[in-house]
Design a protein around this ligand. Structure first.
Ligand SMILES: *[C@@H]1O[C@H](CO)[C@@H](O)[C@H](O)[C@H]1NC(C)=O
Ligand SMILES: *[C@@H]1O[C@H](CO)[C@@H](O)[C@H](O)[C@H]1NC(C)=O
Ligand SMILES: *[C@@H]1O[C@H](CO)[C@@H](O)[C@H](O)[C@H]1NC(C)=O
Ligand SMILES: *[C@@H]1O[C@H](CO)[C@@H](O)[C@H](O)[C@H]1NC(C)=O
Ligand SMILES: *[C@@H]1O[C@H](CO)[C@@H](O)[C@H](O)[C@H]1NC(C)=O
Ligand SMILES: *[C@@H]1O[C@H](CO)[C@@H](O)[C@H](O)[C@H]1NC(C)=O
Ligand SMILES: *[C@@H]1O[C@H](CO)[C@@H](O)[C@H](O)[C@H]1NC(C)=O
Length: 747
């Protein structure tokens, strides 16, 4: 086992070593240790590594070297160690000079990307020599550099290259092109991109080979009418987004025999002025200021196929405006202000197949005539009328879009032998009938979304439209009359296979109110599928069974709920009782506290009459009656009195004290002065502190004192009761606050 593992390990090591060896053979300098090389070493990516130079080494196989987004400030030397280099990307560096021999021996170089560098002075690029050495160079990207002009250097051409085809100078700061043509040294130049430069004029651009000139997003305002004559091969001219640019003055128009594609959208063009371009195929003149099209406006553009005049302000078109547009296939006049199109205007364009008249001021579909138009877009105009023969003149019309207009009525028997798609969405049509589509035999698609239909259509409306396979009826105010047989017929016709024409969920009832918002099918299900209403025997059995089961379940649930309710009620009851008890307790405590406070705040008369101590009691004068008889009589009574006293209010106490005063009066007669003095002394010692006073008042203390004096007290109580039996006699009040006479009768 171990041996096996070891041998596998050795094998792995061996392959790894040979692999690296292989690698180093092909990349002796270790370029691929720094940069990312493709497996076949053909492509090397050194981008975004913060490099200041391209690392040494590298295979001679390298065809693509990407050193973009680094910190390279001088053009890398020794690039000729890559004789097969085809693409060199040095964009996003800080190059400002290009040595004359920079591209020496790079005979396979096809693309050199020097965009986003710091080039500013043309001479520092050695433009006369540098490209000559790269004999295959086709594309040179110098965009996003800081050139301010494009012109000849002193007595020299700007660039010299026999191979360069594409020169990109976008987003530089080039404001002028001057001198003899700066392009003359580029004998094979095909594409020149100068967009996003603050260019005001283009002239003196001479090139017999240039095919595409992009000067869009510049600041051009005028082009000399001969400017393009020196560009005899120019095919595409992109000039959009030059907000001040006009194509021609009234006297002179721009001329180019070769031009085929012209984009002058988003400019300031007032007249299309295309007469100087006899070979023009496509013209984009949208988003300009064209107000009207004159007679014979395009008479020399016999090869024009595509004309976009949308987003202008065209309000007038002459009947011969389109004369000469023999090849025109697409005409976009949308977003203009055209109120009407002359009836014969389109007859001048025998190949016109698509015309967009959307967003204009048409109020009716006139009697347009065209033998070729197949698609007509007249949506979003103000069309409120369409004649029954409106479409007859359009003998090839297949698709007409009349959506978002003001149509409220479609005439009977509107006829077209070719029409297949009729778009009437978002109009105000409320009714169609058996004859509306009668004369549209090829109709395949009809859209009436968002109209005002209420009455459900009739299948018979389409009896002469056998090819109809798409019908958009949604967003109408359908009144669902389910019992009306026709509704089911029509529903079936529209939604069921085969030839399904509409999705059933799009058919929504608007009325009657109880069916509002329901689909036709949901609304009329009960009516249309009557089998669901009557039940057979099986159904009855099942019904009964389920009723019984249901009732049982209901009973069980109800009893369970009842039981739990009862339990809960009991719990609630118990809780309430407990709370009441608590409240009662609290009340009782509060009353006791209040009582105590009252006793504490108002000096309790009893306190002023402390009980006699045992010794005092002993020294008390002897009662008239015998102790024995007193004890016998009071032992039971005293307990009763004590129990009563516990609940006595302070008022009672006061009363009692008053009465006791009387009692004391009786005692006083037999009390000697010695005793009184002694008692007074003891009292002042006893009531030295408030706490003690309180303690003395507490029921416990009172009870203690009571038991302390039980024997004597009982006899006194009897005496008190005996006193009470006597009528109260008038007396002077002596038991005031400062009256410290002892009160033996307090118990
Ligand atoms: C070079 O690398 C950058 C990413 O850093 C990439 O955007 C660019 O396309 C590459 N250039 C080429 C020629 O592949
Ligand atoms: C040159 O590099 C830039 C990125 O820096 C890129 O956007 C541009 O397309 C490249 N040019 C060409 C011709 O590939
Ligand atoms: C250029 O290439 C040739 C042959 O391909 C070679 O003899 C010559 O030394 C190279 N020059 C440089 C500067 O590398
Ligand atoms: C337009 O064509 C006519 C003849 O077809 C020609 O005489 C006229 O010069 C042309 N106009 C322009 C501006 O080229
Ligand atoms: C017509 O032009 C409008 C507005 O520019 C556009 O929305 C519509 O798609 C065009 N119609 C056709 C058939 O191209
Ligand atoms: C009119 O309908 C056609 C197709 O029938 C469609 O291509 C075009 O975009 C529609 N136009 C608008 C403005 O919706
Ligand atoms: C439409 O035609 C059908 C049969 O062809 C006929 O039953 C129906 O009454 C007609 N409806 C109207 C409104 O003419």
């Amino acid at each position: 086992m171990v041996v096996l593992l070891r041998s596998i390990g050795a094998l792995l090591c061996l392959t790894a070593v040979t692999g690296t060896l292989d690698y180093e053979d092909n990349d002796p300098g270790g370029l691929c240790n720094v940069c990312l090389c493709s497996e076949d070493l053909v492509s090397v990516d050194c981008s975004r590594l913060g490099l200041t130079d391209i690392p040494p080494g590298g295979s001679s196989k390298v065809q693509k070297l990407n050193a973009s987004n680094n910190e390279i400030t001088s053009f890398p030397r020794n690039l000729n160690r890559f004789p097969n280099l085809g693409t060199l990307d040095l964009s996003g560096n800080q190059l400002s000079t290009l040595p004359a021999d920079a591209l020496f021996n790079l005979t396979n170089l096809d693309l050199l990307n020097l965009s986003r560098n710091a080039f500013e002075v043309w001479l520092n690029l050695n433009p006369n020599e540098v490209l000559l050495l790269a004999t295959s160079l086709r594309v040179l990207d110098l965009s996003n550099n800081r050139f301010t002009s494009l012109g000849n250097l002193e007595n020299q051409e700007l660039f010299v290259s026999n191979s360069l085809e594409i020169l990109i100078l976008e987003k530089c700061a080039i404001a002028t092109i001057h001198g003899r043509s700066p392009l003359l040294g580029l004998s094979n130049l095909k594409v020149l991109r100068l967009s996003h430069n603050p260019l005001r004029r283009i002239h003196s651009l001479m090139s017999s080979t240039l095919r595409l000139l992009d000067v869009s997003n510049c600041q051009l305002s005028y082009i000399h009418h001969d400017s393009l004559v020196s560009l005899p091969s120019l095919i595409t001219l992109q000039m959009s987004h030059n907000f001040r640019l006009i194509l021609a003055t009234t006297s002179e128009t721009l001329l180019s025999d070769s031009l085929r594609y012209l984009d002058i959208s988003y400019c300031n063009v007032m007249q299309p002025s295309l007469e100087g371009f006899p070979n023009l195929r496509k013209a984009y003149i949208s988003h300009n200021m064209v107000r009207y099209l004159t007679s014979m406006e395009f008479v020399n553009n016999t090869k024009l196929e595509y004309l976009d005049l949308s987003y202008n302000s065209i309000s007038s078109i002459k009947r011969d405006t389109f004369r000469g547009l023999l090849k025109l296939k697409y005409l976009d006049l949308s977003w203009n202000e055209i109120p009407a199109l002359p009836e014969d205007a389109l007859l001048e364009t025998p190949e016109l197949s698509q015309i967009n008249l959307s967003r204009n001021y048409f109020t009716k579909v006139g009697h347009l005539k065209s033998l070729s138009v197949t698609v007509l877009d007249m949506s979003q105009c103000e069309i409120s009328m369409i004649g029954k023969d409106s479409l007859e003149g359009m003998q090839s019309l297949i698709d007409i879009n009349l959506s978002r207009n003001l149509l409220s009525h479609i005439p009977d028997s509107i006829s077209s032998n070719t029409l297949q798609k009729l778009n009437l969405n978002y109009n105000r049509i409320s009714a169609v009938n058996n004859y509306t589509f009668f004369m549209l035999p090829r109709l395949t698609s009809l859209s009436v979304t968002g109209n005002r239909f209420t009455t459900i259509w009739h299948k018979a409306y389409f009896q002469s439209n056998p090819y109809l396979d798409n019908l958009d009826l949604d967003d109408n105010m359908w009144r669902c009359d389910c019992s009306y047989n026709n509704m089911y017929d029509f529903f079936e016709y529209v939604t069921l296979e085969p030839n399904k024409k509409e999705e059933s969920y799009k058919l929504i009832c608007n009325s009657p109110s109880e069916l509002f918002g329901k689909t036709w099918f949901d609304a009329c299900y009960m009516t249309w599928v009557p089998g669901q209403q009557t039940m057979n025997a099986d159904g009855v059995v099942w019904f009964l069974f389920s009723v019984i089961v249901g009732l049982t379940l209901v009973f069980l649930v109800v009893s369970a709920v009842k039981r739990s309710m009862k339990r809960r009620l009991e719990a609630i009851q118990a809780e309430r009782e407990r709370q009441v008890e608590e409240a009662r307790d609290r009340l009782r405590q509060m009353r006791i506290r209040a009582e105590q406070e009252a006793q504490c705040n108002a000096p309790d008369p009893r306190d002023l009459v402390p009980p006699p101590s045992y010794i005092e009691a002993l020294s008390m004068p002897k009662l008239n009656t015998s102790c024995y008889s007193l004890n016998e009589a009071g032992s039971g009574k005293s307990k009763k009195r004590r129990g009563r006293r516990k609940t006595k209010s302070s008022g009672d106490l006061l009363e009692e004290t008053e009465r006791n005063g009387d009692v004391r009066d009786d005692f006083e007669m037999v009390e000697n002065t010695d005793d009184r003095r002694r008692r007074r002394r003891r009292r002042s010692a006893k009531y030295g502190s408030h706490e003690i006073a309180e303690l003395e008042q507490s029921p416990g203390a009172r009870r203690r004192r009571m038991s302390e004096y039980e024997a004597g007290a009982d006899s006194i109580t009897v005496e008190v009761e005996a006193e009470m039996e006597r009528p109260l006699r008038p007396r002077n009040r002596r038991n005031s606050i400062d009256d410290d006479e002892p009160r033996e009768s307090d118990f």
